[in-house]
Design a protein around this ligand. Structure first.
Ligand SMILES: Cc1cc2nc3c(=O)[nH]c(=O)nc-3n(C[C@H](O)[C@H](O)[C@H](O)COP(=O)(O)OP(=O)(O)OC[C@H]3O[C@@H](n4cnc5c(N)ncnc54)[C@H](O)[C@@H]3O)c2cc1C
Length: 441
């Protein structure tokens, strides 16, 4: 009998797993996908918001493509319970699906600040396609948009809101913007840059309530100073979609705990993407990394193992990259490790900033920001990521890099970082030239 795989969640992790099962399996299996939403990429929603892509370009697989892949799909359906002992899960329409193995890839959802009025009309999250549609329908040229929360997701949609002709104010409870992505020195430069580009920022601002104000919204703050606006976007964090796993027999902490094969505590139940708590590449500790590259890699590794291969995963690198008003801002790995040996450099006038963090002769974390028009900014974002990800020894270059954090290229080339990263893909296959392979990882 053909192996029966059930994939729960049709986002990045789930779709990468399905594609990998089909690529790696020795004999044709049965694949069933259950997904509350049609398969699409959340990461491209900012480009849908500023209308640079059509809605149809958001989707990663149509029902036709799924049928071509031989996937039986239950779209618009949720799994409500998993019984790992019985190897079965139950859907919200009462259907029961039995499996030989299953993948949990249910991702995360947006959470709103717990203040009165947070669920009112004109207040939005920005995590799903439905939420993106609702925001797009409300913003018109001249609208005043207030974004509550100055984290990574807020910054991914900042350009799009401005491109729609809206006036933007960002309010943040913490004393600085991007508190989980860059340090104080970097945040000060980004804040100054955004102010120059007409974005109002208020940090250390604790929101108290959101009220209706004659068809508009009034935000009241603990320290006073109301803001009246047209649209409120709550970018106040996300939570893993775990509730339905209670009583399933699968061990859960911040996410579903997985081993280096992406297996949960139940050997035929895998987890991947935002929902999985897997190994952090730099610290080796369990971590939830709610980012696209982790979802892709987890999906590939879980899919290969479900197809009968034996693929071990090294761990995922935390990667944060945004571009706001033509300023590139990025951080990698253990960028905020207080005990690490660190060296930084700043050019306030560009503005540009680098911070390199070391453990011994290896770079374990980095922060970089600078104008996108400075060609070295974009190049160095990639090179710094490569140096942290590969963990190559930089002994010969360390002293130089500490004195010259803006001159990365010689160390990157001489340490053969590219050859450390390129010979193998995540599945251990030899790398191929673009065009010779349909997949990126
Ligand atoms: C606006 C925006 C911009 C982003 N930009 C970036 C970026 O630039 N770089 C980056 O690295 N990351 C970015 N991300 C984050 C990235 O999109 C996520 O990390 C990625 O989507 C995670 O993939 P996933 O497959 O784990 O989960 P998801 O993509 O969230 O997919 C989960 C799927 O499971 C379904 N589901 C949930 N519960 C159930 C259930 N009980 N039963 C059945 N199905 C269920 C959901 O409907 C969904 O289809 C961005 C996210 C957003 C919202």
């Amino acid at each position: 009998m053909a192996t029966r795989h059930v994939v729960i969640g049709g986002g990045t992790a789930g779709m990468n797993a399905i594609r990998t099962i089909r690529e790696e399996e020795a004999a044709r299996s049965e694949i069933t996908l259950v997904s509350a939403e049609k398969p699409y990429s959340r990461m491209v929603l900012p480009y849908y918001l500023d209308r640079s892509i059509a809605e149809s370009h958001v989707f990663t697989a149509t029902p036709r493509v799924l049928a071509d892949w031989g996937v039986k799909a239950h779209l618009g359906r949720r799994v409500t319970a998993l019984d790992a002992k019985a190897n079965a899960c139950t859907l919200d329409d009462g259907t029961t699906l039995e499996y030989d193995d299953c993948l949990i890839a249910t991702g995360s959802s947006a959470v709103r600040a717990p203040v009165p009025g947070a669920d009112g009309r004109g207040v939005h999250s920005f995590w799903t396609l439905d939420e993106a549609r609702a925001v797009l329908a409300e913003i018109a040229p001249g609208s005043h948009v207030v974004m509550v929360g100055a984290g990574f997701i807020a910054f991914t949609i900042l350009n799009s809101i401005l491109a729609l002709g809206a006036k933007l104010t960002i309010v943040e409870m913490e004393p600085r913007i991007l508190p989980r992505m860059i340090d104080d020195a970097g945040a000060t430069l980004v804040e100054g840059w955004l102010a120059k580009h007409g974005v109002a920022i208020r940090t250390g601002a604790r929101l108290a309530t959101i009220e209706d104000a004659k068809g508009r919204k009034r935000l009241r703050f603990a320290a006073g100073g109301d803001i009246v606006c047209d649209v409120v976007i709550m970018a106040t964090g996300i939570k893993t979609n775990l509730e339905w796993l209670k009583g399933s027999g699968v061990t859960i902490n911040r996410g579903v705990i997985v081993d280096d094969h992406l297996r949960s505590s139940v050997p035929n139940v895998y987890a991947a993407g935002d929902i999985a708590e897997g190994r952090d590449l730099i610290t080796g500790e369990p971590a939830v990394h709610a980012i696209e590259p982790t979802a892709q890699e987890h999906g590939r590794v879980a899919g290969a193992n479900m197809a009968g291969k034996d693929v071990r995963y090294r761990g995922s690198l935390i990667i944060n990259i945004v571009e706001v008003c033509h300023l590139d801002v990025a951080s990698f790995g253990a960028w905020d490790e207080a005990k690490a040996e660190a060296a930084s450099g700043v050019k306030p006038d560009r503005p540009a900033y680098r911070k390199l963090l070391w453990r011994g002769d290896r770079l374990t974390g980095a922060i970089i920001l600078g104008p996108s028009s400075d060609i070295w900014t974009t190049n160095d974002v990639g090179m710094l990521k490569g140096l942290v990800q590969s963990g190559v020894s930089l002994a010969r270059f360390k002293a130089y890099l500490k004195r010259n954090p803006f001159d990365i290229k010689p160390a990157f080339i001489a340490s053969k970082t590219t050859s450390a990263l390129l010979p193998e893909t995540i599945l251990g296959r030899p790398s191929k030239a673009p065009g010779n392979t349909p997949v990126a990882v």
